[in-house]
Design a protein around this ligand. Sequence first.
Ligand code: F6R
Length: 242
Amino acid sequence: MKIIHAESYDDLSRKAAEIIAAQIKSKPDSVLGLATGSSPVGTYKELVKMYESGELDFSRISSINLDEYVGLDGTSDQSYRFFMNDNLFDHVNIDKSNTNVPNGKAEDRDAECSRYNALRSEIGPIDMQLLGIGENVHIGFNEPSDEFIYETHVVTLTDSTIMANSRLFADPADVPRYAMTVGMETIMTAKKVLLVANGAKKAQALRDTVSGPVTPRVPASILQQHPDVTIIADAEALSLIK
Ligand code: F6R
């Protein structure tokens, strides 16, 4: 794993955006694996700036997002589809029909998981997977569990994830209890993985990712087995790594 030290959140965002921009320039029809949450917001802002200055062209880019809350559709401002439109897709020349987020409103969730899972071979493999990391060390919504789950699946969110994400909801009781997430296969078959993390709350998670045993109790530890992982993090997030 390669670890890049960022001086601040802005610096982290610039560095991450530069890596993604280099990917887009070297392969204009790249398939990007994308994440939501607070961590990549600055990265998306930087990518939008690069697009606006004429440096980047998203017209041939496809994307596969990691996850979506069950029960929310793209018009809900808490949905991850809404987040992606709002933070990136509405501001660049990506063809939205080439962007993929699980359908949280699907009536047949198993069928939706199978459809979504197949994307990694139909339009993938992902060229570059952008990840955040949960305080409980989840990637996507692959929560700590007894075994790694490789396929796209419906997950019951842990109390820790519900608590962490409640900051984004008016009432913590509104946080959905279930989500659909790509499994570890989609993430691990990505050609490159770029993980961004900032703040002291992520310090233990990063330490366990980088130097702990590989175990499904620490989902991101599986990244130790990926050949091309770059972590960009600030001093607080890196504070427990020697
Ligand atoms: C988001 C996702 C999650 C987040 C993680 C960190 O699509 O899959 O794994 O990356 O929960 O969230 P933030 O960045 O809000 O701390």
